[in-house]
Write a protein that binds this ligand. Sequence first.
Ligand code: PMT
Length: 225
Amino acid sequence: FPSRQLSGKRVTITAGPTREAIDPVRYISNHSSGKMGYALAQAARDAGAQVTLISGPVNLDAPDRIQRIDVISAQDMYEAAMAQVQACDIFIATAAVSDFRVQNSHSQKIKKQDNSSAAMTLTLVENPDIIAAVANSTPKPFTVGFAAETQEVEEYARQKIKRKNLDMIVANDVSRIDIGFNSDNNAVTAIWGSGEATLEIASKHQIAKQLITLISDHYHNSTES
Ligand code: PMT
């Protein structure tokens, strides 16, 4: 980044999965490894930004010269994000946040019933939508979401950019095994109000650099108008 496009800018990034407790030993989660979010954090840092990474549980080392805040559940991630929102210029949500949590998680390990054929029911309740809350705060940071979809990827991403009031959304087809969740590579389409850019398959580090350049350009345009 020769021009250090994000010099002096504060960037907050969410990454990884969340874990929603069922009981002290079990949880509901997903396949996010954190690789995409960590690559973006490094690319934003290399572009000169001061980076805060709000990370769900992942097996990645904290990148140098980045403030990392570790969280477990969607509620924890929401609280960490809300604490940052007034202190950031750009907010990027790569985290795969669980949309639901268990209504009454058990404080003790759930024991298997004697009648082993008995079905068990977990009641789920909705988690807060972190990026929608960020995008509806005042002042609003330049807000970039990701959309992980398995079908009609761009159409659903376009619905999310509107519904969540985002400045940009990065559509990610997670039905493919060569990209998306846990892979070292990705291929995405970045979509904003008046255009889009398709980034062909490349390492998540290369995709992150291209995305940071795009985000930076659109961020600077938005602050000029
Ligand atoms: O971590 P990796 O293994 O590298 O994989 C990367 C990735 C596939 C997880 C990433 O590229 C990606 O697509 N992240 C978005 C995952 C997701 O949960 O998407 P979604 O379409 O369900 O959510 C849309 C947006 O809302 C996302 O920016 C998400 O962070 C945000 N969201 C969702 C729910 C919620 N309660 N709060 C949120 O902020």
